[in-house]
Design a protein around this ligand. Sequence first.
Ligand SMILES: [Zn+2]
Length: 411
Amino acid sequence: MVSLANVKPRVAALLGCLWLSACASRSSLPAPQTAEPAQPANVADGPRPPKNRAQAANSATEPPLDDSGDSEGEADSDTEATDEHGESEPVSEPTTGASRPHPLDGWSDEKIEQAVETNLTSLGPMSVGTPNAGALVNGVQAKASELYTLVSPGEAWGTQETIDYLNAAVQTVHDEFPDTPPLALGDIGARHGGHLKPHISHQAGRDLDISFYYRDGTKWYARGTRENLDFPRLWAFVRAIIAKTDIDLILLDQGLHGPLKEYALSIGEDPDWVAQIFPGKGSLRPIIRHAPGHDTHLHLRFFNPIAQETARRAYPALVRHKLVSAPEQYVLHKAKKNETLGMIAKKYGSSVRAIREANGLRSNLIHDQVSYRVPVTGGVRILRTERVRIPARRVPPPRKEPVRQSLASTR
Ligand SMILES: [Zn+2]
């Protein structure tokens, strides 16, 4: 296990780059041409299904979920300036926020090593690696409350920061709108993070899926529309996430960007600020981004100034003490003419048996131009060598005198 984590980071970095067109183009490593982000193989293996079938809407026909955050070919926010490529930051990155105090400030590496060895929990939650190739140490399980119900308690493990940020944002909606029903909280992550079917991300305790607010009662996985969404509450939620937390990105189907933006402007939000939040005219990387399959829920990814930095400091000790396992990752490989499973296995350092199992193949027979999932043990990807720095929050300017709310359902 130690050797995996020590030897494989280059492989993991390469695999990470496969999700990132920007990264692949600047990488000196030879990136396989046909590999692309893995998608779950079939619909039955799609996004976390509603637990309550009576409340299910569209679940059987939902496409597999690409929640990597890389679907628009933008650089992963975990891989810029401080990564091993040493490239300068993309111009669209927001400015880095002020350095904040951290619980391990003043700790020597020896002291951290000793804590890892003798009192791991004293270090608190750690978000190790990246959302698409990571692990969670000392995770915290979300608890159902008046703020939200849990769809999958077993997959509701994240960092304390992630859960605190979520609670703060939902509480803001409750403060503004009494009698707000609970949201439905879908997956955060597995107890120790790592790969969680059917997601690509959700590996490092910083991602979560949560329902919309609906005008006709909270449902899980109901397709949101201009008609059924409760825009006042939904916008209050999104606004609080942006104003009060270290949000990295919010994945939302582009079909819902327009109605949400219209609502925000209708209540007097600053147009320039709004333009920086949504894709389009802004000069900064947008926070709200399109990803297929996100017309049924919001996917939130937070930065964790504490848990990411703790993980960075403790990583060598975590590896030495075999506390970081190597998560399973997949790449999609489109078979070429005369290519065999053995050749594909060799190319990715996988095995014929593993590829057969991942694709439910009963023989070694494969077909050219068909894409196969290739499981690769990549190890947790740690690229940072410097202190974790989090972008400055984009706090909204005060609202102007509200225009009458055209989409308001309550208030
Ligand atoms: Zn998600």
